[in-house]
Design a protein around this ligand. Structure first.
Ligand SMILES: NC(=O)c1ccc[n+]([C@@H]2O[C@H](COP(=O)([O-])OP(=O)(O)OC[C@H]3O[C@@H](n4cnc5c(N)ncnc54)[C@H](O)[C@@H]3O)[C@@H](O)[C@H]2O)c1
Length: 328
């Protein structure tokens, strides 16, 4: 039986620099598209009966070729930002597929934040129109920052604008992305105005009601719906020529298109191909420069588990982390 390695946020940060996430996440999308990932849909635990607006998701995944198996247990806590805590909090556990050893137990926030931003970069790589320049990120929070940094890793020439209702968050976003990632971001308090001439619009806010109008979507735009609730109005979503997803089983029932699928306005069966199939070269994504595409990225547990497994392997090799014997 193997010891369990405990890894903290700062240890994982050293083991897995953010700039490696876009390529790692692209690898997992390819494995998913090639049928090499086992990943049942995430399970949602609503904890609003605590009196707080809070929830947790159980997100298992097994990336077979790399032997990476485990689960992320992560949630959102609406009161946290005003109490100086991050909105998203969670952990990842890794399991040895052959005998059930708990290999590692680690902070899940660092990996989750960066794999989310990296998913946006991968979707833009495969679905934005050729020669795209302008990317607007709506949501100057944690995931908005990682999206900006990961998009900059793949596309250093992209012009990034960030929009948010909070001037304070915009100012801190602008400062942090300049200092840490070398990005000169423009800022705006008007998401619709800032989206009008964007080639790609990344929706990463905590808004619980739609705010993005159809008029803000120009021909050829790639819209990335990545928040936990719907952020574009119905007619904006329905004006898209294609609605693609990271995982059909999950994207139909949460986030950007949940209500439209449940009301029958979007047919769940039409949600193909998945991004993994496009990354694997098995299906076409964009077929014309004028197509308006919505990609709904609700997040794959396999992404977290794969990155956690990378961090674990590097930690073992470098002698980092605290080993404990859970079996004694
Ligand atoms: N798709 C995924 O894989 C994935 C992963 C993690 C988190 N999320 C989701 O991403 C969203 C953002 O998470 P976060 O951790 O960045 O939160 P955060 O609290 O750090 O930032 C959210 C930002 O959204 C802004 N905002 C809220 N309403 C707005 C509106 N109407 N217009 C413009 N800006 C608005 C807030 O001011 C804030 O700056 C959440 O819905 C979260 O659940 C998705």
């Amino acid at each position: 039986m193997s010891d369990t390695l405990i890894l903290t946020h700062s240890q994982i940060e050293k083991l897995m620099p953010y700039s490696e996430f876009p390529t790692a996440i692209e690898t997992v999308f390819r494995e998913w598209g090639n049928g090499n990932v086992v990943m049942p849909p995430k399970i949602h635990l609503d904890m609003a009966r605590s009196g707080y607006d809070s929830w947790n998701n159980a997100m298992p995944g097994y990336v077979v070729p790399q032997g990476a198996a485990g689960i992320k247990w992560i949630g959102g806590y609406a009161d946290n930002p005003k109490n100086g805590l991050p909105y998203i909090r969670g952990v990842v556990t890794l399991t040895e597929p052959k005998n059930g050893d708990t290999l590692a137990f680690m902070d899940g926030v660092y990996i989750s934040d960066w794999r989310t931003g990296a998913s946006a970069a991968v979707a833009i790589k495969y679905l934005a129109r050729k020669g795209f320049k302008k990317v607007t990120i709506v949501g100057a929070g944690t995931q908005g920052r990682t999206a900006a940094a990961c998009i900059h890793v793949f596309f250093p020439e992209a012009e990034i604008t960030v929009a948010d209702i909070s001037e304070k968050n915009l100012a801190s976003f602008k400062q942090v992305v300049k200092e840490k990632y070398g990005i000169d971001a423009k800022t705006s308090t008007d998401a619709n105005e800032a989206s009008k001439d964007a080639d790609a619009i990344v929706l990463l806010t905590t808004a619980t009601k739609p705010f993005l109008k159809k008029e803000a979507l120009k021909p050829g735009v790639l819209l990335l719906g990545m928040g936990s609730y719907q952020q574009a109005f119905d007619d904006a979503i329905l004006s898209c020529d294609k609605v693609l997803v990271d995982s059909a089983g999950q994207a139909a029932h949460r986030g950007e298109i949940k209500e439209l699928v449940e009301s029958g306005k979007i047919d769940e069966k039409s949600l193909t191909p998945e991004l993994g199939e496009i990354v694997a070269g098995k299906a076409k994504g964009r077929t014309s420069d004028d197509e308006k595409i919505l990609i709904v990225l609700v997040g794959l547990g396999a992404h977290d588990v794969f990155c956690a497994s990378q961090a674990y392997k590097r930690a073992k090799a470098a002698g980092i982390g605290t080993a404990i014997d859970l079996n004694k």
